[in-house]
Every structure is written in C-alpha cells, then in structure tokens.
Design a protein around this ligand. Structure first.
Ligand SMILES: C[S@@+](CC[C@H](N)C(=O)[O-])C[C@H]1O[C@@H](n2cnc3c(N)ncnc32)[C@H](O)[C@@H]1O
Length: 198
C-alpha cells in the first residue's frame, strides 16, 4: 500500500500539485464530469490548493474557483485556467454565506474538509460528519438548481444518515472510493448530482 501512496505522491510532484489529494477529485471528475468549462466552483477546505488548481484547469478561463480554508493558500492558477480566489475563513463563521454573496450562485461545491485527527475513530468520524453537514448546508445555500456537490466523509455510524440527507437535496447520489484513497482509510466521497433547489 505504501507503494501506491508513493506513486500518487510522486505523480503530484511531477504534475506540480501541492498535495496528492488531487487524484481523489480527478478520478471522480473523469468518471462523472460534474465540473464543466465556465463553471463557478466553491472549494471548501482547499489548503494547500490541489483541488482548486485542478478545478481551475477544468472550468478554464471562463470559470472561477473560490477556495476557503482556515489556512491561507498561496498558489497561482496555470495559464489558461480559471482565476482562483483564496479566502481564509472558518466554514462555521456565521457570516460565511454573506461573505460569498458576490460570487453566488455556484454550479459546483467540492469539500475535502478534514478535522485534525485524534486517532480515535469514533471522535474523528463525528468531527468529519459535523464538517460534512456544514458543507452540505453551505452547498444548499449557494448552489444553483441542477448544481453538484462532492464531499469527503470519514465513515462511521452517522454516515448512512448523512448520505440520506444528501439524497433529499440531490436527484442522484453516489458513493465514491477513489483508487488513490488508501483502502484502510475510512474516508469516502459522497457525490450529489443535480441539486433540486431551495
Ligand atoms: C485534506 S486538507 C484539504 C486538501 C486540499 N483539498 C488539496 O487538495 O490541497 C483539509 C483541509 O480542511 C481544512 N479545514 C478543517 N476544518 C475547517 C474549517 N472549520 N474551516 C475551514 N477549513 C477547514 C484544513 O485546514 C485543511 O487544510
């Protein structure tokens, strides 16, 4: 398994991405095509910026990517890619949606939000579910009708409830376990396609 991780680490370095997590988004995008040229994408938990860079490449110069994280990312999009605006902010900030008001609505919300892991699977699962529920609430406030949501979650006992909550707001829901995600890791990604609207 270490070999697989080294493979993605090296690949990310060669392709100038700051983190190998890029491939957890790329694999889903290549299969489900939920980001399109010209889209506006909101990237929650964006630091150090691999997902934002990849999304900027997919949506191209006519699109926009807004990346939000507790930490400030300082990377520039490649030539021909969308402009990326990085915002340093806690997603639980009460003024979160109003701060994004000028960019609304988004066609896609992606979330790779992760808590600081404690090593206790149950606690880490609960923290991850809390982040994922907040990401879903933000998506439901900021997506246009027909928009899409792709979100990382650490599996555990509340996971089926979370998937049902996504199902209520999106016409199609899929659970994605990318090859680049370690088999022993409890992380999976929930993809909500075609937002039903508010
Ligand atoms: C796995 S990293 C994201 C990697 C990123 N997708 C990439 O490809 O470069 C998870 C991020 O979630 C962020 N995060 C966790 N809790 C947050 C919160 N409450 N508000 C904003 N960002 C948060 C962390 O700071 C961390 O940078």
């Amino acid at each position: 398994m270490k070999k697989v991780q080294d493979y993605y680490f090296k690949k990310a370095k060669q392709e100038n991405y700051p983190a190998r997590s890029i491939y957890k988004l790329e694999e889903a995008q290549q299969k489900h095509h939920f980001m399109k040229p010209g889209d506006k994408v909101l990237d929650l938990g964006c630091h150090p910026g691999s997902w934002s860079l990849y999304a900027a490449k997919i949506v191209g110069a006519g699109g926009v990517v807004v990346g939000v994280d507790l930490q400030k990312s300082n990377i520039a999009a490649a030539a021909g890619a969308a402009r990326i605006e990085f915002i340093r902010l806690d997603i639980f900030d009460a003024g979160f949606i109003s701060l994004l008001a000028d960019s609304l609505p988004f066609q896609v919300v992606i979330s790779d939000l992760a808590p600081k892991t404690s090593g206790n699977k149950f606690t880490d699962h609960l923290k991850s579910i809390e982040l994922s529920r907040r990401a879903l609430a933000i998506a439901c406030r900021s997506l246009c009708r027909g928009g899409h949501f792709y979100c990382k979650v650490f599996q555990g006992e509340d996971f089926p409830d979370f998937v049902n909550e996504v199902r209520q707001s999106f016409s199609k829901t899929k659970i994605v376990k990318p090859k680049s995600s370690r088999v022993e890791s409890r992380e999976v990604f929930v993809l909500g396609l075609e937002f039903r609207g508010r």
